[in-house]
Design a protein around this ligand. Structure first.
Ligand code: MRU
Length: 368
């Protein structure tokens, strides 16, 4: 992703020091663009848990680099199996909902065990983490190409008027290594000269839509409008939305989609108004072993302070303000599940499929 002519990835190895991982510290966007250095497993744990990085694919990629950093912290005379299992579990519990975390850590475990020397372990870990990151970008490119077809079909019927796309939260390049999942078709369509306009849900409580998606679209000069989370239904009823495209943190093999809290309500409104509702779902976000999303997915509950306080810029300083009585209790469910019946299709790196087990496994037969 380019910002003022400089190419960035959301996570990468430091160009001059291969014991440092660099991330975009997303806590301060859109007001400050800060690159942070992560130098230890502890740094990586904190960056994921406290959402310096967030978004399912990026969480996975960052954890992979965390496992790589662990290869520089191996204590003398320890069981490597024991040591890496402990790191694996520490990183796995940083965010419980997105399956990409486990997906990436499983691959890293393969890379770090059964090598002949620590130097070899470090090399394999670095190569695998880089492979996961490059793979994420390739997957997102493909999702972009398949999603573009949906936008092109709608554009063809709109007589040169912009295609109105609604998205929730941030499934953009800052939620992945680059390009994003739900945003990848949008960037491609815009670059191809197709007129699009994006409705950006603010996405309370942490405002990933207002803070991050809006900022990303602005960098890419994609026309967009910020709306409060509750506006989507009204816009859909009045014909202002042509298609909804969102991301996913974990989609079951039956096609039920877990994503940022509020996604379900958007899907219900889209269904009621016969508006196509697509989910950009890389295979790394599909839990091929999970059949019953409703009983099996652990929905993360975050600190209630995220509901009661809002962060913003005041007099050039980033401040947090209380928006409810301090004594009022609040609860902060971070994700919800949209049943497959409300999902028009899953846009994967292998094509678009219906959200059901048969169609998903037809695209990914090796997962049967
Ligand atoms: O809590 P977050 O910001 O990590 O949640 C992010 C989302 O819900 C995204 O929509 C999802 O991870 C898909 S990102 C490609």
């Amino acid at each position: 992703m380019k910002i003022k002519d400089t190419q960035y990835r959301s996570v990468k190895l430091h160009p001059d020091n291969d014991k440092i991982i660099q991330i975009v510290d997303q806590r301060w966007l859109p007001h400050k663009f800060i690159i942070a250095d992560l130098k230890s497993v502890k740094d990586v744990e904190m960056a994921i848990k406290d959402m310096w990085v967030r978004g399912a694919p990026l969480i996975g990629a960052t954890a992979a680099w965390g496992m790589y950093l662990a290869t520089f912290e191996i204590p003398a005379q320890c069981s490597l199996q024991f040591y890496f299992e402990d790191i694996y579990h520490r990183l796995l519990k940083t965010r419980p909902t997105a399956v990409n975390l486990k997906w990436a850590l499983d691959q890293m475990m393969d890379a770090v065990l059964d090598n002949d020397s620590i130097a070899e372990t470090q090399w394999y870990a670095k190569t695998r983490a880089q492979f996961i990151c490059d793979g994420d970008v390739e997957i997102n490119k493909k999702i972009g190409e398949f999603g573009l077809k949906i936008i092109e079909e709608i554009a063809a019927k709109k007589n040169n008027k912009p295609v109105n796309i609604l998205t929730h939260c941030n499934a953009g390049w800052l939620a992945t290594v680059d390009l994003g999942t739900a945003t990848s078709p949008l960037y491609l369509a815009h670059d191809k000269g197709i007129k699009i306009h994006v409705w950006v849900d603010e996405t309370r409580p942490r405002n990933q839509g207002a803070n991050i998606t809006a900022w990303e679209l602005l960098q890419h000069e994609v026309p967009h409008t910020l709306i409060v989370d509750n506006a989507g239904g009204h816009l859909m009823q009045n014909g202002f939305v042509d298609v909804v495209i969102v991301g996913t943190d974990r989609t079951s093999v039956r096609g039920d989609v877990c994503n940022k809290i509020g996604t379900y309500l958007k899907a219900l409104a889209a269904y009621d108004n016969r508006i196509p509702f697509y989910v950009a779902a890389p295979s790394s976000s599909i839990d091929f072993k999970m059949r019953d999303a409703f009983s099996e997915i652990m929905i993360e509950q975050r600190n209630a302070a995220e509901v009661k306080y809002v962060q913003g810029l005041h007099n050039n300083e980033i401040k947090s303000v209380l928006i409810a009585p301090s004594e009022t209790p609040a609860i902060n469910y971070a994700f919800d599940i949209t049943p497959a019946k409300y999902v028009t299709g899953l846009i994967t790196e292998r094509g678009i499929c219906q959200p059901n087990e048969e169609d998903i496994l037809n695209l990914f037969p090796q997962k049967k």
